[in-house]
Design a protein around this ligand. Structure first.
Ligand code: HXC
Length: 511
């Protein structure tokens, strides 16, 4: 056979494999690996390599996987920017990860790291290829190690589009963002059969580790959507907010518009009754560029909101208490969610806006016994550690330890503003007067009237933003309708923020 014939035969074999994959995957309502990459990348920009890598030999296998060993790897453009990717092909031995398959992934990870580009994994795999035994495990270990080496240097994104079971879940878990699809993807360390055998509990794959479970309950997934195409398009959207690596400047959009006529509404958005909730998302929507808020972890720990947005065209990260859910208290899940997001933003130089209305940490036996102390400390640690520009706006409550945690001045807040409605104090009026005026209240003829009077006095003299302003802990009490303007100017001032950290290997965050 001459050289041309060999070349032609290889191309033909690849084409046959793709046709086979199309048939198999489409029957299940799924896209093939290459189709998924087509959705991810700008049209015609995907450059594949290692397409003809052959599988590692294994004594047990009666059939070998084919050219490429069940994974497509390469590089393409997303909104014109270089991104590396790999896509597992379930039609080749269930997308299982053999040695060659794993080493292809490791190679593309290393290229992404070397070239400072994000890496996206489109996963659809039965896990470690059983026939290849420890060789397969060693390939996984290399991938995990690369995940950790790349962390904080290039953004790493995992998209789960089928099974991810056993130890295979740990590569996604080490990456920055996990996307899942409803009904067709699932992640678990041990599947339903093992759960039944060990614990005698009945549950199906979706109930154990489907997209909804991980997006809303476990917090493992950051995004979930109805079908593969939408899921992958969301990845493109995320990439439009973040830099390609930890040295690159942030992407800037020159299409700037905002809800100009709605700014005045901010003056009356805070209810007169301090116990009445309102929707912090509305405030975010009014403050940032039109329709630019891209929420992360939307379904999980909804008492805190995190996400990216653009302010005057520039990316910012937002962390905000949500008074509409659990009165905006900080619990274990909210603390972990917030901390993770703050650390991502800090690693990739994304300035932070903190919108604060927090009555405190959530009390209770369940919270204490599950470690609200240890977990709340994660958020505190993350804010103290973050050196990116940090601007806090207190809209209403800022009580006690939670006030300190939410990027207060002494934890390194660069600008701390408050609306006139802010209540900054050790605790809310109801609790405070019961402690401070215990004896007067016990002896009062009209207890209710006295409580009312003391509450008013407490608010006027202590729980307001002016005491903090007097001592510089609040830089300025601002008119709510001017908040957008103030934020744009303040982030501009902070854009050259310099910082130095004492030499150390790394801190010891309370994990
Ligand atoms: C080799 C595998 C495989 C695997 C699937 N296949 N998983 N081959 N190693 N791990 C093959 C099947 O033999 C089958 O081959 C084809 O892929 C499709 O699989 P089906 O079972 O027919 O598909 P489906 O019914 O959709 O079920 C998918 C599945 C199931 C749920 C993923 O295949 C499954 O349970 N596989 C094993 C999962 C598992 O236990 N993996 C190890 C996890 S532990 P044919 O030739 O018939 O088409 C792990 C450790 C990682 O991964 C450690 C890292 C530290």
């Amino acid at each position: 056979m001459n050289k041309n014939e060999i070349f032609e035969r290889r191309i033909k074999a690849l084409k046959e494999m793709e046709d086979n994959a199309v048939n198999k995957q489409h029957l299940k309502g799924k896209l093939t690996a290459r189709e998924r990459l087509d959705v991810l990348f700008d049209e015609g920009t995907f450059f594949e390599f290692d397409a003809f890598v052959s599988p590692s030999q294994s004594p047990m296998s009666s059939r070998q996987s084919n050219f490429g060993d069940g994974v497509v790897v390469g590089r393409g453009l997303v909104q014109g920017k270089s991104v590396f990717a790999y896509a597992q092909d379930f039609t080749v031995l269930g997308g299982s990860l053999g040695y060659s398959h794993g080493m292809k992934i490791a190679k593309v990870q290393e290229m992404a790291l070397k070239l400072g580009a994000p890496i996206v994994g489109l996963m659809d795999s039965g896990g470690a290829r059983i026939q290849e035994g420890v060789k397969s495990l060693s390939a996984y270990a290399t991938i995990f190690n690369n995940n950790v080496r790349s962390s904080g240097i290039v953004p790493q994104i995992s998209v789960i589009l089928g099974p991810a079971a056993g130890g295979a879940v740990y590569s996604p878990a080490l990456t920055d963002f996990i996307f899942m699809t409803k009904n067709t993807s699932y992640m678990f360390v041990t599947g339903p059969d093992v759960v039944k055998e060990v614990l005698n509990e009945d549950i199906d794959k979706d109930g154990l580790g489907g997209g909804d479970v991980h997006a809303n309950k476990s917090g493992v997934a950051h995004f979930v959507s109805d079908d593969e195409e939408h899921t992958i398009l969301l990845v493109r959207k995320l990439l439009s907010y973040i830099p390609s690596n930890n040295f690159e400047s942030l992407p800037v959009s020159n299409q700037i518009s905002y809800y100009k006529s709605r700014q005045q509404y901010l003056n009356k958005i805070i209810p007169d009754d301090p116990n009445r909730p309102y929707d912090m998302k509305e405030i975010i929507k009014i403050l940032v560029d039109k329709d630019s808020f891209f929420e992360v972890h939307e379904g999980y720990a909804q008492n805190i909101l995190v996400g990216f947005a653009r302010l005057n065209g520039k990316t910012i990260g937002i962390v905000a208490n949500q008074p509409k859910v659990m009165a905006g208290t900080l619990d274990i899940n909210a603390s972990i969610k917030g901390a993770r997001f703050v650390r991502f933003c800090d690693a990739f130089n994304i300035p932070l806006l903190i919108l604060e209305d927090v009555p405190g940490f959530l009390p209770g036996i369940e919270q204490e016994h599950n470690g609200i102390i240890r977990n709340g400390a994660k958020l505190l640690y993350a804010f103290c550690e973050a050196t990116v520009p940090k601007i806090t706006v207190i809209t209403r409550k800022a009580y006690g330890g939670a006030y300190i945690v939410m990027s207060s001045k002494n934890t390194g807040g660069d600008f701390n503003f408050a609306w006139p409605s802010a209540e900054i104090a050790v605790m809310g009026p109801a609790g405070a007067i019961k402690i401070v005026h215990k004896h007067e209240l016990a002896n009062a003829e009209n207890k209710a009237e006295m409580e009312k009077m003391l509450t008013e006095k407490y608010k006027a003299e202590i729980a307001n933003p002016y005491k903090a302003e007097e001592i510089g802990l609040i830089d300025e009490v601002i008119n709510p309708e001017k908040t957008r303007e103030v934020l744009i100017t303040s982030f501009e001032i902070l854009s050259n923020k310099q910082y130095s950290k004492p030499e150390r290997k790394h801190g010891s965050i309370p994990l």
